[in-house]
Write a protein that binds this ligand. Structure first.
Ligand SMILES: [Zn+2]
Length: 297
């Protein structure tokens, strides 16, 4: 972070998990950078808590609501537009919704309603609604209204998550496969290529449309949730930066004003010298290994 800032990068927001030591560093050393929590981490932690509560027989209904409540957390963060109070208010509304109450008055006498369209009788019948005086509802409310979670939400209203970073990491594998070793220079140049490809696609790729202009989706079966989910179909991945790079190299090569003093052979990357394996102790002679292997029987 210090290095990035020293290089003149203006860091506005930093998204991390909820590690207390990082919170302390951000507060003390980078007071001018907004610290946000990665929503993916918080949502994952919350899902685990709901799942563990839902294991009890009396809380089976919590299990049935897990997916919806976690989705609601994403929705509340995504729609808060940086407004912490709006986020918390929308998040808490789930405690009414799960009881089939979609309009209510809060303790200050303010009127609220859910963001969804009014439910039809059929839609109402499909759901397992909770009873306000049930143990399951008490348990769910204590999770939703948990003081620490509500405090964490102060750092979630900007809707930051590391999804795009995960995408970059998987793209990086194409240039830097983990099973191959590269020299430092090779690592750096390959990393640059991955960054060029990532940046090109993050800017250009949009959700694809059908011939009639409708947004395209794919239906995918999700093993974890055991449900079919919709996934956006994006326009094809591109690598136009490669053509641009090749053109630039060729133009430079053909430019009579540029003198090439170094022989091409000197540009070859040095091969990294690596030990033949990762073992910290030497390999025993094979014959000794075989005889001790056979003596075990
Ligand atoms: Zn509702």
């Amino acid at each position: 972070m210090t290095e990035l800032m020293d290089q003149g990068l203006d860091v506005e927001v930093m998204a991390t998990d909820r590690s207390t030591s990082i919170q302390k560093i951000m507060r003390e050393e980078f007071p001018n950078v907004q610290h946000q929590f990665d929503i993916w981490h918080t949502a994952k932690g919350f899902r685990k808590k709901m799942q563990s509560k839902g294991k009890k027989k009396a809380n089976e209904i919590i299990h049935a609501w897990t997916r919806s409540v976690v989705n609601h957390m994403w929705f509340a963060c995504a729609t808060s537009m940086g407004d912490v109070n709006a986020l918390k208010c929308r998040w808490k509304s789930i405690t009414h919704h799960v009881c089939n109450v979609h309009e209510w008055t809060d303790e200050n006498g303010e009127q609220h309603r859910c963001d969804h369209a009014p439910l039809t009788t059929q839609e109402q019948k499909k759901r397992m609604w909770m009873k306000k005086d049930s143990l399951a509802f008490q348990n769910l409310s204590s999770l939703v209204l948990d003081k620490r979670l509500l405090k964490d939400m102060d750092k979630m209203a900007l809707f930051k998550h590391t999804g795009p970073l995960e995408v970059f990491h998987s793209a990086l594998l194409k240039y830097l496969p983990k099973r191959q070793a590269f020299s430092f220079q090779g690592m750096r140049e390959r990393c640059h290529l991955a960054i060029l490809e990532h940046n090109e696609n993050i800017i250009k790729r949009k959700q694809d449309t059908t011939k009639t202009g409708q947004p395209r989706f794919n239906q995918v079966y999700c093993k974890r949730s055991k449900q079919w989910v919709l996934k956006k179909v994006f326009t094809p991945h591109t690598t136009e930066f490669i053509d641009i790079l090749i053109k630039k190299v060729m133009d430079r090569r053909r430019n009579p004003n540029i003198q090439f003093t170094m022989p091409t052979s000197s540009l070859a990357l040095p091969q990294p010298s690596l030990p033949p394996n990762i073992a910290p102790v030497p390999k025993p002679p094979k014959e000794a290994a075989i005889s001790s292997f056979q003596s075990r029987f």
